[in-house]
Design a protein. Structure first.
Lengths: 294, 521
């Protein structure tokens, strides 16, 4: 199981340059997005999982209790069947959105903040600061992501806070590289020169002038990071390095039930569909945003 | 699009393919015929047998290993004095007989004559003495030492060349059972504990270890000098190493290995009726150890409430796939000769639980290792379904759970689940209940129980033992320092090509006995 860190596959800087310079106005972009079925469906899927993660407690689902026979196949009473302990797989898949959406979004947010800030600083100041940062990020990005992740887990542990931090550290370099590239494009434009001539402070130029102009790239990277983070956290749980039993985490469920794949496919397929739907939906959202930003 | 030029080429290809197919069938038939003839010759020799294990994780030293897989690797090429069959009855192996002295303070074991090690040297009393001196000596690092502590005083050659005398600190009527314990295979007197046995795998077992390939397999050939070689039909055994149970199951389904351990996964995946199955034999229990010194478990009513809140029959079904017997929180395996009487079997009784808790909210964490994950989850599931309990679980790797040091989780966490291999009832008292015992995870103490256990060991008549067993079981059940939901059995599902019956379980008490087994594969 591998995951691609957003931005690690050398972004097409030229296309980004073109993207930023020819971007449509904000309202127009949003209306374009709403006209795209794949965007709407993807957003609905993500919203469904967010609602599931927050609200499963409220509708009487019992993901941890024995509510049926062991390894019962899907029926009306248990639409996703039951697992080897008689737990309802539908309840567990719905509740499994919780762990997936606890680590992924917060980790992606942390990565976006760190990566965005460092990318802006590197692109704005260039010189030694830029060189040192980029070479350091190159080293991090050269490491195989899952092995790097396992090392970080060994160092920081598997608590939710630690996993959020780890996802942030893992994804920040890729985002920083892309934001740096976008910043370099913006640096050649007259509004930056004008701001400097007006004597604006560096912090203001960075966050009031440059940030709004690289924001579409940042949003795209944040969304891609979310998808990758969900995938990575599921991978960690699959390897036994994330959520622990009796958590309904999707990756953990796939690992625990894979031995029953021949006789109880539903114990593996539905959690896998959970991971896949969330990851694909987040990627499609990012793709749509990228396309309307051109 | 088929053109006039491509048609003949295609026809040629079809003809060529048909010829190849016909030739293949012919060759396969010849090969099958050859296999059949070699099969019949192999059948005459008993054929070969392949099984799967996880690779041992540490150096293979017969005297110090605690790893089942390492014991299996050693067990095929070595042998102990006595073993147990599937019903727990003692079977003579390298020993031909054994007898207690009239005062019960010594046992004389007579060795078989003309037994040889695989290096051709004779196995004698000095080898037996050296082996037990090493296992039970003061500086022993052997897990098997615990069986003999406070019981075995010394081992010495007997009055004749083929006898060995075990002198005891106190009478112990079940002493021969201790000789079936772990790490008790007889090694040459020259063997030094701590060495890598694989480099010079000498033993007096049914097979001779030919090759150990790390990460892959171990191959054995039949030991022609084995004392009962005529009943060892297999000419060779191979152990393949697999990363996990699923890989073993797939290997079994593909016919790559001839047996797979019965488990809930195997039960749900295979149609067991299409295969053969070995006789289930009791091999372990998974105990829930409650620290009686820590609140809220220092209250015996809380401990009893936990014991009454769990559904043992459901545990047998879901955790052991039916391959276990419901237990009653005392440690007398069902195949042991003396069975306590008069202790009512605990059933799930939620009204009684409510009464015992008296409105109290009981909150604790069950700490255990990955192997016990399913039992921990089921116990948590059952307890959390009962008002008054709030139970969480913490699953550790084996290395974390059994970590070295004074604060090791398996002996310090308030509630733990640990599995124990089958032992004698009094051994469990010495190891798990005795005041200050090294493995007393419950921190339990009851001098009366210890006194009764010692009296039990000294008892000579069955009636005397029965009375004492009833009292011991009552104390263990009432005080509930260890909850024993079930006694588990182990068995193997075999390919139909495997003929014969395994006389005992494939573990150290069973002595890894392949006599009478053949394979027509």
């Amino acid at each position: 199981m591998t995951a691609t860190i957003p931005g690690s596959a050398a972004p097409a800087v030229d296309s980004l340059q073109a993207d930023a310079s020819e971007a449509a106005p904000g309202g127009s972009r949003f209306r374009s997005l709403l006209r795209r079925p794949s965007f709407i469906v993807s957003v609905l899927i993500v919203v469904w999982w967010v609602v599931a993660a927050i609200g499963w407690h409220l509708v009487g689902l019992q993901p941890y209790a024995k509510t049926g026979e062991l390894l019962a196949s899907p029926t009306w009473a248990h639409p996703f069947g039951t697992d080897n302990l008689g737990r309802d797989m539908f309840a567990r898949v719905v509740a499994g959105a919780g762990p997936a959406l606890l680590i992924g979004p917060f980790g992606a947010l942390l990565a976006t903040i760190i990566g965005g800030a460092l990318g802006l600083v590197a692109g704005y100041y260039r010189g030694v600061v830029d060189t040192l940062m980029m070479r350091f990020f190159d080293v991090l990005l050269a490491l195989p992501s899952l092995i790097f992740l396992v090392v970080l887990v060994g160092a920081f542990g598997i608590g939710p806070g630690a996993l959020i931090l780890i996802v942030g550290i893992l994804f920040a370099p890729g985002i920083a590289r892309i934001i740096r590239a976008a910043t370099l494009v913006e640096m050649g434009k007259s509004y930056v020169t004008a701001a400097k001539l007006q004597g604006e402070r560096d912090v203001r130029i960075l966050f009031r002038e440059l940030l709004p102009n690289v924001l579409p790239n940042l949003v795209i990277q944040a969304t891609l990071s979310l998808a990758a983070a969900v995938f990575i956290t599921a991978s960690l749980s699959f390897l036994g390095l994330g959520s622990q039993p009796p958590s309904a985490d999707w990756g953990l469920a796939i690992n625990e039930n894979r031995v029953y794949l021949q006789t109880a496919w539903w114990t593996v397929v539905f959690p896998a569909v959970g991971v896949a739907s969330l990851v694909v939906a987040a990627n499609l959202i990012a793709d749509n945003i990228r396309e309307v930003s051109r | 699009m088929i053109t006039s030029r491509t048609r003949p080429r295609r026809a040629t290809r079809i003809a060529l393919a048909a010829s190849v197919a016909a030739l293949s069938v012919l060759l396969a038939a010849c090969s099958s015929g050859g296999g059949s003839s070699s099969g019949s010759s192999s059948s005459a020799s008993g054929g070969s047998y392949t099984l799967g294990l996880a690779e041992p994780t540490s150096t293979i030293d017969p005297e110090t290993t605690g790893d089942y897989n390492a014991m299996y690797v050693v067990g095929l090429a070595s042998e102990g004095l006595i073993s147990q069959n599937s019903k727990g009855v003692l079977q003579p192996r390298l020993a031909s007989s054994w007898k207690a002295a009239s005062d019960g303070l010594s046992w004389t074991v007579t060795l078989r004559k003309n037994v040889k090690f695989s290096n051709g040297k004779a196995l004698g009393a000095k080898d037996v003495v050296a082996t037990f001196d090493s296992i039970a000596g003061k500086d022993s690092q052997s897990p098997g030492a615990s069986s003999f502590q406070g019981i075995l005083k010394s081992v010495a050659p007997g009055s004749t060349a083929d006898t060995v005398v075990f002198s005891l600190d106190r009478p112990f009527s079940d002493f021969p059972y201790l000789l079936t314990g772990s790490n008790t295979t007889i090694l040459p007197a020259s063997y030094k504990a701590g060495t890598n046995w694989i480099k010079d795998p000498v033993g007096a077992g049914q097979f001779i270890l030919e090759k150990y390939t790390p990460g892959q397999s171990v191959t054995y050939k039949k030991n022609p000098d084995y004392w009962d070689a005529k009943h060892v039909k297999l000419s060779a055994v191979t152990i393949n190493f697999y990363a996990d149970a699923q890989a073993q199951l797939l290997a079994f389904q593909s016919g790559e290995i001839d047996q797979v351990a019965y488990s809930p996964t195997v039960a749900s995946t295979l149609k067991v009726a299409d295969y053969r199955q070995t006789t289930p034999a009791y091999n372990k229990f998974d105990g829930i150890f409650l620290n009686v010194k820590q609140a809220p478990l220092d209250d015996v009513a809380v401990r009893q409430a936990i014991a009454l809140a769990i559904d043992r029959k459901a545990i047998v079904k879901s955790v052991y796939a039916g391959q276990a017997t419901v237990a009653d929180d005392y440690l007398y395996f069902p195949n042991y000769a003396v069975q306590p009487d008069g202790v009512p079997q605990r059933e799930q009784d939620l009204a009684k639980v409510k009464q015992l808790l008296g409105g109290k909210k009981v909150r604790f964490t069950i700490t255990t290792l990955t192997d016990e994950k399913t039992l921990a989850e089921v116990v948590q599931q059952q307890l959390n379904a009962v008002p008054g309990f709030d139970v969480s679980i913490k699953i550790l790797t084996s290395a974390q759970y059994y970590a070295d040091g004074a604060s090791t989780p398996w002996l310090n966490a308030p509630v733990t689940i640990t599995n124990w291999a089958q032992r004698l009832p009094s051994q469990y008292v010495n190891l798990l209940y005795k005041t200050g015992a090294a493995w007393n995870a419950s921190k339990y103490s009851n001098p009366a129980l210890e006194k009764l256990s010692n009296q039990y060991d000294e008892a000579k008549t069955t009636a005397e033992k029965q009375t004492l067993a009833d009292r011991i079981a009552t104390i263990e059940n009432t005080d509930t320092a260890v909850i024993v939901p079930a006694f588990a059995t182990g068995s193997y599902v075999l390919q139909k090509t495997v003929k014969g019956t395994f006389s005992g379980p494939q573990d150290f008490p069973g002595g890894f006995d392949f006599r009478g087994i053949s394979n027509s594969k």
